[in-house]
Design a protein. Structure first.
Length: 260
């Protein structure tokens, strides 16, 4: 006679099957313990034991006061001399899309992240600011802001408008961009970032600041990326730009900051 599994194991198996079949999607909240107890007609202690088992094998995470959530399957973003979001998503074998949020020309003194832009671009009078969001399987995985020297090329604004890929837009103008430096920090999002990325205000994000130049060293762009920490992981590869090894800086910001 086959020995019957413990009831908590039945619950754990049922929930894990639901996760594998997409009934409970990555990042989504599971029903409450009370709801699960009613559904399975069991007590909360049994339900809690099943959830503890799923958490121990990394299928869910439990947050105090918030409940249990299906763990995300993070996408790996490789940082090297020519990091490209399109290459990242192609390598991940996941359906991806990108959407422009805005494309504007403005004075540097009025631009967002102007202190960072000034570090790379110097005292240029005008900049072009492109904001966009990237999706993997309909989930937002990046919110980025790109600030260009408006005097780089007279056709830059039109090229960025015409192409989804920054690399392709620059190529049409006879330009090539390489990464000179990448800085990484982690913090909680502000309300705007949380809304765009569909995360909570206490969910961590990875923030990257990339300094991009031509192969000859002329500044092109500073890019500021925001990635949900549970959906993305960054992998740093050795790379070289010209005769210099690219540098990566890592820091931690406990709270959101705004540039003066």
């Amino acid at each position: 006679m086959t020995e019957r599994l413990p009831r908590w194991r039945d619950v754990a198996n049922s929930l894990s099957e639901g996760i594998r079949n997409g009934i409970y999607e990555p990042g989504k909240k599971l029903p409450t313990e009370n709801d699960l107890a009613r559904h399975f007609q069991l007590n909360r202690h049994t339900i809690r034991r099943a959830l503890e088992e799923l958490a121990s094998i990394g299928m869910i995470r439990t947050e105090q006061g918030r409940g249990s959530f299906v763990c995300d399957d993070p996408v790996e973003y490789r940082i090297h001399a020519r990091p490209r979001f399109s290459e990242l998503m192609k390598d991940s074998n996941r359906p991806t899309t990108r959407r422009k949020l805005s494309l504007r020309r403005m004075a540097l003194v009025d631009a967002p992240d102007r202190a960072l832009a000034r570090d790379l671009l110097g005292g240029v009078p005008d900049v072009i600011v492109l904001e966009r969001i990237g999706y993997s399987a309909d989930r937002p995985v990046s919110y980025s802001r790109h600030i260009f020297d408006a005097g780089l090329h007279e056709g830059l604004m039109a090229a960025l408008e015409a192409h989804d890929s920054i690399t392709e837009a620059l190529r049409k103008l006879g330009l090539e961009s390489v990464r000179r430096r990448t800085q990484v920090s982690t913090r909680c999002p502000d309300s705007h970032e949380a809304s765009l990325l569909r995360i909570e205000l206490n969910d961590p994000i990875l923030r990257t600041v990339g300094y991009n130049v031509t192969p000859a060293g002329r500044p092109i762009e500073i890019s500021i990326g925001h990635y949900p920490g549970r959906r993305m992981q960054l992998a740093f590869e050795n790379f070289q730009t010209g005769d210099q090894t690219g540098a990566v800086g890592v820091s931690h910001d406990p709270v959101p900051r705004s540039d003066a």
